[in-house]
Ligand binder design. Structure first.
Ligand SMILES: Nc1nc2c(ncn2[C@@H]2O[C@H](COP(=O)(O)OP(=O)(O)OP(=O)(O)O)[C@@H](O)[C@H]2O)c(=O)[nH]1
Ligand SMILES: *[C@@H]1O[C@H](CO)[C@@H](O)[C@H](O)[C@H]1NC(C)=O
Ligand SMILES: *[C@@H]1O[C@H](CO)[C@@H](O)[C@H](O)[C@H]1NC(C)=O
Ligand SMILES: *[C@@H]1O[C@H](CO)[C@@H](O)[C@H](O)[C@H]1NC(C)=O
Length: 453
């Protein structure tokens, strides 16, 4: 990466990040009112005066749904769990006054950089455009929720830890939607301390809950309605929310929710800068047309894309977790070279969690081509953190003429979805590298086509 553009980019990003941080509270509060608007109504019609008069105990006032996910899950699986709950909230938002509180990002297993400051309690606006999310479901950031709770009570009334039924895998057991409050099957990280329960709570040490119970659960996110109905609590938290399944995977509501998950502007701008400087790519040249507002998106076909091949090369834990389907560097390079010749391209963009030495080795196998990786300056990396770097990688991959992912990586899946939204031809999107044992060619990923209403 050339130094001049790097420092320009760093300055630009610092500015953007500063705006983001200092403007944050105002932005979230202003945006909140749109949370309960019907999507088709003009903004002025939906000022939510109930919320403004809200005292915490008033019966008219809103209820809050908090959630957390199995700790080892990665960022991109967590995005999927968000969708299940957001779609549930979307379905009930006209009838019930819930807010879904966005769980801050804390201590993800894959976020291992040591020189980027503490990676805990990171708000969603560092990664996503929260206003855009709010056009689909009534979501708010954790800090806004925290600002509303009176200090004299435990912040959370009731925690329900979802667990699978013990007999779920029993033979002959028919699948049916069901849930029930039951004894916890496994030990939980919650413990009583005085009158209240302490727990992980996204690393907020001062948060407590009044009640913690386990709920055996088998079914779709909408089944949570029953659980919420039997409770009068104002603040309910669902832990292990990943146990609840998608209502319908891949229908038009799924895709509306997915389209509302626009990335934070500052990350899109960083990716734009990189594409322009290093890959001769911009939406104009590449024939990519994406309205500012996801509500205005329509079905489209893109034949363009940036003049580069993008590869998501997942390494680290996938090397033993998916040993058969993940290629060694030499074999990955062979597959990439073959595709480069076919497509007659000169530049390769690699998104990877590989350490520097592995990337350097890969480059030696591909010396005929220009091989690039997004490497932010220390200052920029400090600001956007591991999560931001990964998103910039995803944005750059999603704009390429041709994309090759890694077998069963949710990181790759999210890129494929992004490309579906932009309307790329499916044979340029649903591709993956083959493991050496499988040989080349190998079974390619299932296609999940985008659906509009
Ligand atoms: N910057 C960057 N980070 C990556 C890349 N691939 C993986 N990572 C990191 O590793 C994490 C992988 O976890 P997920 O996002 O859940 O995706 P996954 O590949 O399905 O991995 P598992 O959750 O472990 O199954 C990402 O969130 C990133 O933090 C990459 O290409 N670039
Ligand atoms: C807990 O601490 C956070 C800061 O870490 C603060 O924003 C919040 O208001 C506190 N909440 C309560 C209930 O004291
Ligand atoms: C939840 O309660 C509401 C009204 O209190 C009722 O209309 C609805 O049918 C209930 N839903 C479930 C799933 O129990
Ligand atoms: C994808 O398929 C279309 C026809 O369905 C074909 O015209 C096009 O060349 C293919 N693209 C690639 C990169 O294979």
């Amino acid at each position: 990466m050339n130094l001049h553009s790097l420092s320009n980019m760093a300055v630009l990003t610092r500015l953007l990040v500063a705006i983001l941080w200092f403007g944050s509270l105002a932005t979230v509060t202003a945006a909140e009112n749109t949370g309960f608007c019907a999507i088709d109504k003009p903004k002025e019609d939906c000022g939510d005066s109930v919320e403004e008069k809200d005292t915490f105990s008033s019966p008219l006032s809103v209820r809050y749904l908090l959630y957390d996910v199995n700790p080892p899950e990665g960022f991109n699986l967590r995005r999927d769990v968000y969708m299940r709950l957001a779609i549930f909230m979307h379905r009930i938002k006209k009838k019930e006054n819930w807010r879904l509180v966005l769980p801050p990002w804390s201590q993800l297993y894959h976020w291992q950089s040591s020189n980027v400051g503490e990676q805990i309690k990171l708000p969603w606006r560092m990664f996503f455009d929260v206003k855009s999310l709010q056009k689909f479901a009534p979501v708010i950031e954790m800090e806004e929720f925290l600002g509303k709770i009176p200090k004299h009570r435990p912040a959370i009334d009731e925690v329900y830890i979802l667990q699978h039924y013990k007999d779920m895998w029993d033979e002959g057991k028919e699948w049916q939607d069901r849930w029930s409050i039951e004894a916890c099957i496994e030990s939980t990280p919650y413990s009583k301390s005085g009158k209240a329960f302490k727990g992980p709570f996204w690393t907020y040490k001062n948060l407590t809950a009044q009640k913690v119970e386990c709920a055996s659960f088998q079914g779709h996110a909408t089944l949570l309605k029953g659980l919420l109905n039997q409770s009068k609590a104002k603040v309910v938290m669902i832990d292990h929310a990943e146990v609840a399944l998608h209502d319908t995977y891949g229908d038009h509501v799924y895709w509306e929710c997915r389209r509302s998950m626009r990335f934070a502007h500052h990350l899109v701008e960083i990716a734009k800068g990189f594409r322009k400087t290093h890959l001769d790519s911009s939406d104009d040249y590449d024939g990519i047309n994406r309205p500012e507002d996801w509500l205005e998106e329509k079905e489209q076909t893109t034949r363009g894309g940036g003049p580069y091949l993008a590869v998501h090369l997942r390494r680290k834990d996938f090397l033993w977790g998916r040993a058969k389907q993940v290629p060694d560097l030499q074999f990955a390079a062979e597959q990439i070279e073959e595709k480069m010749k076919e497509l007659q391209l000169r530049k390769i963009f690699i998104a990877t969690d590989a350490p520097k030495a592995e990337f350097a080795e890969l480059k030696t196998h591909l010396s005929k081509f220009k091989v690039l990786r997004f490497e932010p300056s220390p200052t920029l990396k400090f600001e956007i953190k591991d999560g931001g770097v990964a998103i910039v990688d995803q944005i750059i991959c999603s704009h390429a003429k041709y994309f090759i992912g890694t077998h069963e990586s949710t990181f790759s899946f999210r890129i494929q979805e992004e490309r579906e939204i932009m309307g790329f031809q499916r044979n340029t999107t649903f591709n993956r590298l083959c493991g050496r044992e499988e040989g080349f060619p190998c079974t390619q990923p299932t296609q999940w086509p985008i659906v509009y209403k």
